[in-house]
Design a binder for this molecule. Sequence first.
Ligand code: PGA
Length: 231
Amino acid sequence: MIIALNNKSNLNKEEFDSYQEEFSKLSTEHPMIMCPTHLNIANFSLKNCSLGAQNVSKNDKGAHTGEVSATDLASYNVKYCIVGHSERRQELGETDEEINQKLKKLFQAGITPILCCGETREEREQNKVVDVITNEITKDTEGLTNEEKATLIVAYEPIWSIGTGLIPTNDEIEEVLQLIKSLLPESKILYGGSANEKNIEELKKCPTIDGYLLGGLSLKPNTLKEFIEKL
Ligand code: PGA
């Protein structure tokens, strides 16, 4: 199981230092990917997980104020990068076209993207899940080679589930994961959205889940330990 950790916009320098001290005591056979803030990437020193980023520029390095290019991330040993998180799609209006450009820049720089997709509560209620996921995945991965598609990691994150404590039933998750598999048969698929040490016993019964993308839990190494033990 892949355990990807999304710190989001949390942990200042001091906090990240003590967090790393705590986190370094975690040991597991499951591969872990830590995605700290861009600033903490420079400060990353953990040996028990790989380094990921939460975002990348859609452009090459150059005159793009405030952006961080894929090649610069690679120079800091970043091996993975979350792309198209719903918080960026919703708060910043990130489009599928931009996400597609970002995926291509990451592959060129040798970084594995973790592509997020997911539906809102209303879209689920209106039976639009299949359309939303198909549309996102198809547009986001347009023009990628088969090899790139096979390397890509996808995270299914129902938007209504992120940070809310609500999670879909296993049947609902399985239905979407099977759909993603039909579009990207070789990609690894993570589940994300309020996954925690309490619901993992149930979640782990989903046969298609290859791992988890954890937001809130990523900030609590002790609770994360409990989650990992139950995996
Ligand atoms: P959560 O966040 O685990 O806090 O729900 C997951 C995510 O947004 O990646």
